[in-house]
Design a protein around this ligand. Structure first.
Ligand SMILES: *[C@@H]1O[C@H](CO)[C@@H](O)[C@H](O)[C@H]1NC(C)=O
Ligand SMILES: *[C@@H]1O[C@H](CO)[C@@H](O)[C@H](O)[C@H]1NC(C)=O
Ligand SMILES: *[C@@H]1O[C@H](CO)[C@@H](O)[C@H](O)[C@H]1NC(C)=O
Ligand SMILES: *[C@@H]1O[C@H](CO)[C@@H](O)[C@H](O)[C@H]1NC(C)=O
Ligand SMILES: *[C@@H]1O[C@H](CO)[C@@H](O)[C@H](O)[C@H]1NC(C)=O
Ligand SMILES: *[C@@H]1O[C@H](CO)[C@@H](O)[C@H](O)[C@H]1NC(C)=O
Ligand SMILES: *[C@@H]1O[C@H](CO)[C@@H](O)[C@H](O)[C@H]1NC(C)=O
Length: 479
């Protein structure tokens, strides 16, 4: 209902040809739909902001964190404690592991090239309308050298996240524990991740007036970039074009063609001049200009919310088949991280049970969307009953597998172990909101840690990275 309402108002807002009838109609419809939308609840009020493109919530892995948690737009340090009851009043939080995606970054060289291709076409377009002139006057400022590095906003993403998590879990992420070496930092070797790790620490250091800006962190690609060393994944998915068949088919679907035609109409060029990569480039340009510069760029005018849903789906298809449920090896490649997480929880649990203090209170692990998604998949989160395919876009409108919600910049999975008068409970939060473990009743808050372990017992006993990642897994002998 809400989405329909927004599409409705956006379609009207984005129409450029102003006939006299529309001149009268448009303000009425805008007013009407605004009143309608607002009466649907305060969630929508948050979303109706003239300073944010209407398509911003469909940017998939290029979404701002603020689109997922809009209350942060009013105050970036807001913590919604009421959403997290951990798990009962008399509980004591004893261990926390956070797996965090790097903050906002520049486009990679590959995407800069796509953007350049679109921009070069625009330079040949006749400047008929004022909004078209705005696009043609836009200066290409993205360069190959930027190649995915963290931007200033990305530094702030991490500093603010650090402060919010310390407000969420003051007994764990505390000045004492930080200075006492009980907070461990592990990162992927990529510059944007190392910089994110340093920025996370800097957020804490600034808040607690810690002068010493140096701290220890470990670079561990085995853990945070496991997908690179999993041979079977690399050979059968990463370097295998037919593994992306569903995304490729969708890119030549009627839905995608319609988007290309609408972009061509808006630019007043022949349909054949606009490829799906160009439509995607417009989507990227709108997203980067918002995320990096906090502006609504004229590129956003090339797409409406209907188009954005199609482009969002194309990207979700890619993530689904390359990192998610599409292939078993995608999630299995994260076995090493899965075992690492549980061994930290086990160690803390054993220390508590034997009456000693927890030696490592907090682990902050910084990686990529490609780190988080296979792990979330392995744990069974965001699984729809039907797979995402090239021909079920229409029926997947309500899917839970939505990277725009799951994997914005600075996306984070936080696991918190609590001691509740002798019973250990585990709470999971994704992007600062509690998520129930699939298959476990989490109505009462966090489930018992032993129930979580029982639920994942097969993975805990198996899920061997070396074995799963062999190019030719040993054949099962059938009799
Ligand atoms: C905080 O969380 C509660 C419970 O989930 C929710 O009802 C409320 O709307 C949230 N507040 C904000 C400002 O998002
Ligand atoms: C073009 O850009 C100018 C200056 O940023 C802005 O005031 C104007 O509204 C834009 N025109 C359209 C049609 O978007
Ligand atoms: C991190 O990124 C920011 C923004 O691009 C940059 O100014 C800063 O120098 C980087 N920090 C480090 C330690 O590389
Ligand atoms: C990286 O993490 C893995 C898994 O926990 C561990 O076995 C390995 O020793 C670590 N490597 C380094 C260099 O710390
Ligand atoms: C490539 O992917 C296709 C489709 O998933 C699969 O059938 C094929 O076996 C894969 N090729 C390799 C070399 O793994
Ligand atoms: C559109 O494509 C045609 C044929 O390929 C080409 O001649 C023309 O210059 C293109 N128009 C623009 C604006 O790029
Ligand atoms: C646990 O930590 C507290 C406070 O830091 C300390 O007083 C106590 O002696 C420690 N207990 C053990 C068993 O090490």
């Amino acid at each position: 209902m809400v989405v329909a309402c927004q599409i409705f108002s956006f379609v009207f807002l984005s129409t450029n040809m102003l006939t006299p009838i529309k001149t009268i109609l448009v303000p009425c419809i805008v007013l009407f739909s605004y009143v309608l939308c607002c009466s649907l609840g305060k969630d929508v009020q948050n979303q109706y902001r003239p300073d944010i493109p209407a398509i911003a919530k469909y940017f998939t892995t290029k979404c701002r964190y603020e689109e997922v948690n809009p209350y942060l737009l009013d105050d970036i340090l807001t913590v919604n404690r009421s959403s997290v009851k951990l798990p009962f009043a008399e509980c004591r939080e004893v261990h926390l592991t956070a797996i965090i995606r790097h903050g906002t970054r520049y486009p990679t060289t590959r995407n800069v090239n796509k953007m350049r291709t679109l921009h070069n076409l625009i330079l040949k377009v006749h400047k008929r309308d004022s909004w078209l002139r705005n696009i043609t006057q836009w200066k290409m400022w993205y360069t190959d050298e930027m190649d995915g590095r963290l931007v200033h906003k990305g530094v702030l993403d991490q500093m603010h996240l650090a402060v919010r998590l310390s407000k969420f879990f003051p007994s764990l992420i505390s000045k004492d524990k930080l200075q006492d070496g009980q907070i461990e930092f592990i990162t992927s070797s990529k510059h944007r991740c190392v910089n994110s790790t340093i920025s996370f620490y800097a957020g804490l250091a600034k808040q607690w007036n810690i002068e010493d800006e140096t701290f220890d962190y470990q670079v561990n690609d085995t853990l945070m970039r496991f997908f690179e060393s999993c041979t079977r994944f690399v050979e059968s998915v990463e370097r295998n074009q037919s593994a992306m068949a569903e995304m490729d088919k969708f890119k030549s679907s009627a839905e995608m063609r319609r988007v290309q035609e609408k972009v061509a109409d808006r630019l007043q060029v022949p349909y054949s001049n606009i490829t799906s990569d160009m439509a995607e480039a417009a989507f990227f340009l709108c997203s980067y200009e918002l995320a990096i510069k906090n502006i609504i760029s004229p590129w956003c005018d090339l797409l409406d919310a209907e188009d954005a849903l199609v482009l969002e789906y194309a990207n979700d298809l890619k993530q689904f088949w390359k990192r998610g449920y599409g292939q078993d090896i995608n999630s299995k490649s994260s076995c090493v991280l899965f075992h690492d997480v549980f061994s930290r929880l086990d160690r803390a649990a054993n220390e508590i049970r034997s009456g000693s203090n927890v030696t490592k209170a907090v682990t902050i692990q910084v990686g990529h969307a490609e780190t988080l998604l296979p792990l979330l998949t392995l744990l069974g989160f965001f699984k729809d009953s039907t797979p995402l395919t090239s021909n079920n876009f229409a029926s997947q409108g309500q899917r839970v597998f939505r990277t725009s919600r799951m994997l914005p910049y600075a996306a984070n999975l936080v696991l918190v172990l609590s001691d509740c008068s002798g019973d250990l409970h585990l709470q999971a939060l994704l992007n600062e909101k509690p998520i129930g473990f699939p298959g476990l009743d989490a109505q009462q808050g966090a489930p018992l840690y032993q129930d979580v372990r029982h639920h994942y017992r097969e993975l805990l006993q198996g899920c061997d990275f070396e074995k799963e990642c062999q190019l030719f897994p040993p054949k099962v002998v059938s009799t």
